[in-house]
Design a binder for this molecule. Structure first.
Ligand SMILES: [Zn+2]
Length: 257
C-alpha cells in the first residue's frame, strides 16, 4: 500500500471509532456527556442542600453524579423569564434538580423534547385556555412552564404531597416516553400497563368519593393521576406505601427507583 493512503485511512478509523462510541455504548455516551462539565460550585450546592430533600437523602457518593446530571440538563435547556427580570442560577439549579430527581433511574433521559423552560413569578393567565395556571407542559411548543412562587412552595413544604415542579416534570416524562426521538419508549411497557390498570382503579375510587391519600385533582385523567401520584411518591413515600403497597412499588418500578 502506498504511503499516502495511511493518513486518510487513520482518519477514517478514528471517525468510525467516534461514531461507535457515541451511538452504541450508552454508558460511555453518558460518560462523555457529563465529562468535562465544570464543578457545581459552593453556592449552588448550598441551594440544593437548603431546598432539595432528594439531594440530601442521596448517598454521599452519588451526589457528584446528581450534580453533573443537573448541569447537563441546564446546559441543554433554554430558560426564558416571563414577567421577571431574569432567570437566576438558583431557579435553574432547582428546576434541574427536580427533573433529575424524577429521571434518576434513567441516566440517559433529559426530557430532550422540551427545549425551553418558561418561568413566571406567580400564577399566570393562559391565553390558550383563558384560565390562570400554576404550570403546564406543552409538547407542541416544546415547553415546560413553571410559576416560581408555586414551585418554591412545593419544595419548601416537602412532605404534603403537593409539588408543582414534580407535577409538571411528571407530565413531561410521560410525554417524552411517547414522542419519537432518542429518548422514545424508555419506560417498560409491561410495568406501564400494570400501572395504568391500578391507576384506573384508584381514579374510580376518587371519583366515587372514597377515601384516598391522593387529592381529588388526580381523578381528572390518567395523566393528572400520574402527576399527583409522583408528588406523593417523593413527598410522602411512607404514607403512600402503607396506603397501597402494590401501587407504590409499581410506580417505583416504573421510575426504576
Ligand atoms: Zn397536571
Amino acid at each position: 500500500m502506498q504511503d499516502d493512503v495511511w493518513g486518510p485511512l487513520f482518519i477514517f478509523g478514528v471517525a468510525i471509532l467516534i461514531v461507535i462510541l457515541f451511538s452504541s455504548f450508552k454508558g460511555l455516551n453518558l460518560g462523555f456527556r457529563l465529562w468535562g462539565l465544570p464543578p457545581l460550585g459552593k453556592k449552588n450546592r448550598e441551594t440544593l442542600k437548603k431546598y432539595c430533600r432528594f439531594y440530601n437523602e442521596l448517598p454521599a457518593n452519588e451526589r457528584a453524579n446528581f450534580e453533573k446530571r443537573i448541569q447537563y440538563f441546564i446546559k441543554k435547556k433554554t430558560f426564558i423569564p416571563r414577567s421577571i427580570p431574569q432567570v437566576t442560577p438558583e431557579m435553574k439549579i432547582l428546576i434541574g434538580a427536580t427533573a433529575i430527581q424524577l429521571t434518576y433511574g434513567y441516566p440517559n433521559v433529559y426530557l430532550t423534547h422540551f427545549k425551553r423552560i418558561l418561568i413566571y413569578p406567580d400564577n399566570y393567565y393562559s391565553t390558550i385556555n383563558k384560565v390562570y395556571h400554576q404550570g403546564e407542559v406543552n409538547p407542541l411548543n416544546k415547553i415546560i412552564v413553571i410559576s416560581w412562587n408555586n414551585f418554591v412552595r412545593g419544595m419548601i413544604n416537602n412532605d404534603d404531597g403537593v409539588n408543582l415542579g414534580l407535577h409538571e416534570m411528571a407530565h413531561a416524562l410521560r410525554l417524552e416516553n411517547i414522542i419519537r426521538n432518542n429518548e422514545f419508549n424508555f419506560i417498560d411497557k409491561k410495568v406501564l400497563d400494570h400501572w395504568e390498570y391500578l391507576a384506573g382503579q384508584e381514579i374510580l375510587k376518587l371519583r366515587n368519593g372514597q377515601e384516598s391519600i391522593f387529592r381529588g385533582y388526580g381523578a381528572t385523567s390518567a395523566e393528572e393521576f400520574f402527576a399527583v401520584a409522583i408528588e406523593n411518591f417523593f413527598e410522602r413515600p411512607d404514607q403512600f406505601k402503607s396506603y397501597d403497597t402494590t401501587l407504590y412499588h409499581t410506580l417505583a418500578q416504573l421510575l426504576k427507583q
